[in-house]
Design a protein around this ligand. Structure first.
Ligand code: MTE
Length: 325
């Protein structure tokens, strides 16, 4: 069960999914721009509620963020809720939407630990009060060479960093996500080490683009997309974006991560800690030069740092991004 990531979609992988796109997503697909998404939120009665299984969290006063990617067509929501990586609920793309329906996401606690002046435990109510919620339309690029454009809801993770008051010893942030064998029986067959762990350097975590995310498409996060709270790091491959977050630990040295520890088909590590989207560095088993946007047929070139270089390239000044991949 080692070879979880698959390099790409074929058109036949893609086509059947369109068959179960509902009316709401048909409409969204026709006019899915950031503006259209904002417009549908003003017309809540027009669309049927989606079946997510997630506990609704009131997302009040969401404002459009300046960090929205302009001019990008938003991916129809059904793609984003039915084509997922969430190995705790199975390794096939349609497993999480099928198997996470009854995942219990309330009550929820996120604990802040480690090298901080203010260790604390936050409920979802606490989390929603930390900073105003913004809608940010981000490109999201999976290491498997597919991508999506999603209107996420959340705020910069830097707000959490400020709340925690890291000590001068804190150089990295380690994320740990929820793992319960009873609720996630397929996790033990996933071939990766769980609980799912990820991490960022402190300055990456402080970058305003790094999002603490509590919703998408105007609503609470569906379970399969990481309810009730996840990280989204748009300039890195999707695996850095840990779902269903329960622990944030500030640490002195680079933390171990699930994909760092994973060895691919040849028994060699295939995923680096940095995982910046980089079309010039191939995965050992496939190219990263192009990507297929879910719902589209033709591939498009992958952009360095997923197109966010003006905001993040300076974080890596002087680093060899071929070695630090
Ligand atoms: N978080 C947890 N807890 N478990 C996972 O398996 N998969 C990662 C990431 N976060 C994963 C996770 C991977 S590999 C990707 S590509 C993204 O979630 C997918 O996010 P999406 O399903 O919202 O597109």
């Amino acid at each position: 069960m080692a070879d979880k990531f698959k390099p790409d979609l074929t058109y036949s992988d893609v086509t059947p999914k369109t068959l179960y796109m509902g009316r709401r997503n048909f409409l969204l697909g026709l006019a899915a721009t950031g503006a259209a998404v904002t417009a549908y939120k003003r017309l809540p009665g027009l669309f049927a509620p989606r079946a997510t299984g997630s506990v609704p969290v009131p997302l009040n006063g969401v404002v459009q963020s300046k960090y929205t990617t302009t001019g990008e067509k938003v991916t129809p929501e059904n793609w984003v809720t039915s084509y997922n990586n969430y190995y705790e609920f199975g390794v096939e793309k349609d497993d999480p939407s099928k198997n996470a329906k009854n995942f219990v996401t309330s009550p929820w606690t996120v604990s802040i630990e480690g090298e901080v002046a203010k260790p604390q435990k936050l409920s979802m109510d606490d989390i929603l009060k930390v900073a105003p919620l913004e809608e940010r339309v981000y490109r999201h690029r999976c290491v498997e060479a597919w991508s999506i454009v999603v209107p996420w809801i959340g705020y910069s993770f830097s707000n959490i960093v400020k709340l925690a008051e890291p000590t001068p010893k804190a150089k990295y942030v380690a994320f740990e996500t929820y793992y319960d064998r009873k609720q996630m029986p397929l996790g033990s067959e996933a071939g990766i080490q769980l609980p799912y762990r990820e991490g960022l350097r402190l300055d990456e975590a402080m970058n305003p683009l790094t999002l603490l995310c509590v919703g998408m498409y105007g609503e609470t996060l569906p379970n399969q997309d990481g309810a009730p709270v996840r990280i989204v790091v748009p300039w890195k491959y999707g695996f850095k974006s840990a779902k269903s977050l329960v622990k944030i630990r500030f640490v002195k040295s680079e933390p171990e991560t699930t994909w760092d520890m994973f060895t691919g088909v040849n028994g060699t590590p295939e995923y680096g800690f940095y995982a910046n989207v980089n079309p010039n560095v191939d995965h050992p088993r496939w190219s990263q030069a192009k990507e297929r946007r879910l719902g589209e047929f033709l591939k498009r070139p992958t952009l360095m740092f997923n197109g966010y270089g003006d905001l993040v390239a300076s974080l890596y000044a002087g680093m060899d991004l071929r070695k630090n991949f």
